[in-house]
Design a protein around this ligand. Structure first.
Ligand code: SAM
Ligand code: SF4
Length: 472
């Protein structure tokens, strides 16, 4: 068995046995597990299984409260914001849940030109975005991944009023070590890839054609990324395809494998739930639908199990659910998103009704624009952050975790969140949003220790004096 091309770490029998052993909730074990989690050293898969088994509402509440406390201690009120940029919907795979699947004739398809990619990026810059996630189907025009590399260069080169995108994350099909090396040279932030399901028979049933049929090539992709020097990777799976408890434990063993082999797990976990998609019967009626209560429980359990790993929630979810999930563990959200290539230009201004559904990958549940999301967050006392400091200073992979685990990273994250939020308020916000934001910043400054406050005030002063892109 070769860990560079096969999921050698995936032991379905062990996961099933662990779920079976924890079929019934045991209050004493839950209490013991929560006490362990509050020490902030994380949980193993068996601990997680004990928590995922809980059905009693009061016991679930205890898990939610513990997760909220862990979230607050590690992340404070910071929320990282980003936008996806879909640059192509051409795809050679037949994933039954996705509008971009190759045999779907009900979707308008296109691959953006470099000029169009520049235009999309500049629209997002005008809104105030600094962090983008590039997304595409798996069939690139031209040869190999050159089109992807050109796209990244185009996004980084785009300028609007002197502002530029400071961090490009990508969500792409798995690559060879050699192609990962070329991707790494483009200075990407996170390489994201969702396994969709860790259950092999389900995987085979829902991926009917194309290179994505190869489960092992996909499940071993982070090994190749790390071998190529990309140490910042984002995992995820598509909830709704198979049993959510099985999937969550498998995800934790995937993280465990990377930690064992490379000394660092993943930087982020995405938790997409299947949403309606044009031309997909499966997406209209997922085989294993995951309800809101169970969804929130799994987010809380992930928060406790891997406390220093970011959890990402996209605009697939509606505003109410996103608010609840933020309290329990989510640390990054997208805002003002479109999931169709060219969607920002096409639906310029407002799109509260998924008018691009016939060209989009799936339906969005939160159609508010960036400023509406920011005003809402600030009103709730959150600090929206566009920070890219760690990546720019080379604090990635194991270096990041070595700072995060003893609690040192928040001494950088909070000042950087405040300075990037202040930039947004000064350069892009309406007077009403600015007032809400300044209020949230003042409350945040009151709650911090002297040293962090001093650093924050220095960065805020610099931004207010006209400097941009200041971070520590
Ligand atoms: N095409 C590449 C791939 O499949 O890995 C790159 C990203 S794909 C465009 C982004 C992700 O969207 C997929 O990994 C899948 O989890 C998610 N997705 C696909 N169809 C979806 C749906 N109907 N609802 C929610 N998420 C969906
Ligand atoms: Fe293509 Fe990705 Fe959609 Fe599958 S999920 S059809 S690979 S875009």
């Amino acid at each position: 068995m070769n860990a560079d091309t096969e999921a050698v770490w995936l032991d379905e029998g062990h996961i099933t046995a662990s779920l079976e052993a924890h079929k019934v909730e045991v209050p004493a074990l839950v209490a013991e597990t929560l006490a362990k989690a509050e020490e902030l050293h994380g949980l193993n898969a068996d601990d997680a299984a004990a928590l995922l088994a809980v059905k009693d509402p009061e016991l679930r509440d205890r898990i939610f409260h513990a997760a909220a406390r862990v979230k607050e201690r590690i992340y404070g009120r910071r929320v990282v914001l980003f936008a996806p940029l879909y640059f192509s919907s051409l795809c050679g795979n037949e994933c039954l849940y996705c509008a971009f699947r190759s045999r779907n004739t009900e979707v308008r398809r296109r691959a953006l030109s470099m000029q169009e990619i520049d235009a999309e990026t500049r629209i997002l810059l005008r809104q105030g975005h600094k962090r983008l996630l590039l997304v595409a189907g798996e069939a690139y025009p031209g040869s190999g991944i050159d089109y992807v590399l050109d796209t990244i260069d185009t996004v980084y080169a785009a300028r609007e009023d002197g502002a530029s995108i400071r961090r490009v994350n990508v969500n792409l099909a798995p690559l060879s070590v050699e192609d990962f090396r070329r991707l790494g040279e483009r200075h990407i932030g996170t390489f994201q890839l969702f396994q969709e399901t860790y259950h092999r028979p389900t995987y085979a049933r829902v991926h009917l054609a194309g290179p994505k049929r190869n489960f092992d090539w996909r499940a071993s992709c982070f090994d190749r990324a790390m071998l190529a020097g990309i140490d910042d990777v984002g995992m995820g799976l598509l909830y709704g395809l198979y049993d959510w408890r099985f999937e969550t434990l498998a995800l934790l063993s995937h993280i465990g494998h990377l930690e064992e082999r490379f000394g660092v797990g993943c930087h982020t976990i995405s938790v997409p739930r299947m949403e309606p998609a044009a031309g997909s019967e499966m997406a209209m009626c997922p085989p294993h639908p995951l309800g809101d209560d169970d969804f929130l429980l799994l987010i809380a359990v992930l928060r406790l199990a891997v406390p220093y790993t970011g959890i990402i929630l996209s605009t697939r979810e509606n505003a109410t659910l996103r608010q609840q999930a933020l309290e329990l563990g989510v640390s990054q959200i997208s805002a003002g998103s479109r999931t169709s290539p060219g969607g920002y230009a096409e639906t310029a201004g407002e799109d509260t009704d998924n008018t691009d559904f016939d060209a989009a990958q799936f339906r969005r549940g939160d159609c508010r624009n960036l400023e509406e999301v920011i005003a809402d967050l600030a009103e709730r006392g959150y600090i929206p952050s566009f920070c890219t400091g760690c990546y720019r200073k080379g604090r990635t992979g194991k270096d990041f975790m070595d700072l995060a685990r003893p609690g040192l990273i928040s001494r950088k994250c909070t000042p950087n969140a405040l300075s990037t939020f202040e930039e947004y308020l000064l350069d892009y916000a309406s007077p009403a949003t600015r007032a809400l934001g300044e209020n949230a910043i003042a409350r945040c400054l009151e709650d911090m220790d002297d040293k962090v406050r001093k650093t924050s005030e220095r960065l805020l002063h610099d931004v207010r004096a006209g400097q941009r892109d200041v971070y520590c």
